[in-house]
Design a protein. Structure first.
Ligand code: UT7
Length: 358
């Protein structure tokens, strides 16, 4: 880690300025201007799950940290969650417009077309660039990098990035290994063009993947591989599957490494981090990552107890809820990190801006 050379009131912001956040030095940075989130009203408790699965409240709480989760009702799709979160983020930003809509999701409404154009249209943004990103639980971080790139290149001046998943629509309701963990929700941010030294500027984004382990987390059927083969899918292959124990190990390893790299590339030290906003995969994973980064529990944001693992939505939902509840406030130096199917992972930094989370 090197010290800043330019005099500045805030050394962390000075590092951002010197290193360049998201584009070429002197280029435009992506700055968070608004944030919103939405969870569907339906709630499933651990006791509800005990009634239909060979599991227990005690196992779920002690192994995952989850007590309740929100689930969509029949007829509600990912776009419905995304539209509501997007509407709130735009209201939070104080201006209705965006010239690109990026949606990170694993549970698109249909295999084709992308869901983002529909979300854009329902938000009154017909005509703008709109596309989906498939990076499973790391979708929000891949989305931040994409949105920052659009802004740095001048393709867009204002991007609505939504991360939404209705995971319960692809979960096998009888698979206790996934049904107790995954849930539904959405989070969204508005990113505007700004400078890297502003609060809210997205720092350097670290991204990575390992496709040799793509079978750790997968939906085997429904894609071109299965459709172009002569054999019909085996029963249950349309459902999401996860090899939990193997995934666990990789999650810790990659979130740690990506976090350390993102902090270094931002010019921060780990001790500078006021809040860790990690993908809410499992409370034990989060505790391990925080501990190994040397971050005490009070610096760790967590909402897994009441929302479960909401896939791509996890981080923006966590940020929005934490900001609304006052656990995340303007000036906090936040480290974001995620890991999931692909395998794919990422991390970045942001100095939390003055925004009202809706
Ligand atoms: O979001 C994308 C990234 N995802 C992750 O990072 C998730 C990573 N993995 C995990 O969070 C954990 O591995 C799980 C929560 C999925 C599982 O926890 P675990 O501590 O790794 O349990 P395990 O898979 O090693 O299973 C331990 C035992 C097994 O029984 P035996 O073989 O010891 O007799 C399982 O069959 O717990 C059993 N088990 C359950 N028991 C009650 C597995 N699921 C359940 C359940 N209720 N729901």
């Amino acid at each position: 880690m090197t010290e800043p050379t330019a005099p500045a009131a805030d050394p962390v912001l000075a590092h951002h300025r010197r290193d360049g956040a998201t584009g070429p030095p002197g280029g435009r940075a992506a700055v968070i201007a608004g944030i919103g989130s939405y969870v569907p009203p339906g709630v499933v408790t651990n006791q509800d799950l005990e009634k239909r699965l060979d599991t227990s409240d005690e196992w779920i709480r002690s192994r995952t940290g989850i007590t309740t989760r929100h689930v969509v009702d029949a007829g509600t799709a990912t776009s419905d969650l995304a539209v509501e979160a997007g509407r709130r983020a735009l209201a939070s930003a104080g201006e209705p417009g965006a010239d690109a809509v990026v949606l990170a999701t694993t549970t698109s409404d249909r295999p084709c077309p992308a869901t983002a154009p529909d979300v854009a249209a329902r938000l009154g943004l017909t005509g703008v660039a709109a596309f989906d990103i498939a990076a499973v639980c790391s979708g929000f971080l891949y989305g931040l990098a994409t949105a920052a790139g659009l802004i740095a290149a001048g393709t867009a001046g204002r991007v609505l990035l939504v991360a939404a998943d209705a995971f319960t629509t692809i979960i096998d309701p009888l698979d206790r290994g996934t049904a107790v963990i995954f849930a539904d929700g959405a989070g969204a941010v508005v990113l505007r063009a700004g400078t890297a030294d502003e609060p809210g500027a997205v720092g350097p984004v670290v991204l990575g993947s390992d496709g040799t382990l793509s079978d750790l987390i997968e939906v085997p059927a429904g894609g071109s591989r299965q459709r172009s083969s002569a054999t019909a899918p085996e029963p249950g292959e349309e459902f999401f599957r996860m090899r939990g124990r193997d995934t666990y190990r990789h999650a810790v390893m990659h979130m740690l490494a990506a976090s350390e790299e993102a902090v270094a590339r931002a010019g921060w030290r780990l001790a500078d981090v006021d809040r860790l906003a990690a993908h809410q995969a499992n409370a034990r994973i989060l505790a391990t990552v925080a501990e190994r980064l040397g971050l005490p529990p009070e610096r760790q944001l967590s909402n897994i107890e009441t929302v479960g693992n909401t896939g791509a939505a996890s981080i923006p939902l966590l940020l929005a809820q934490s900001a609304a509840e006052g656990r995340l406030t303007a000036g906090h130096r936040v480290l974001l990190t995620a890991f999931g199917g692909g395998l794919a992972w990422g991390a970045t930094t942001v100095v939390w801006p003055e925004v009202k989370a809706l």
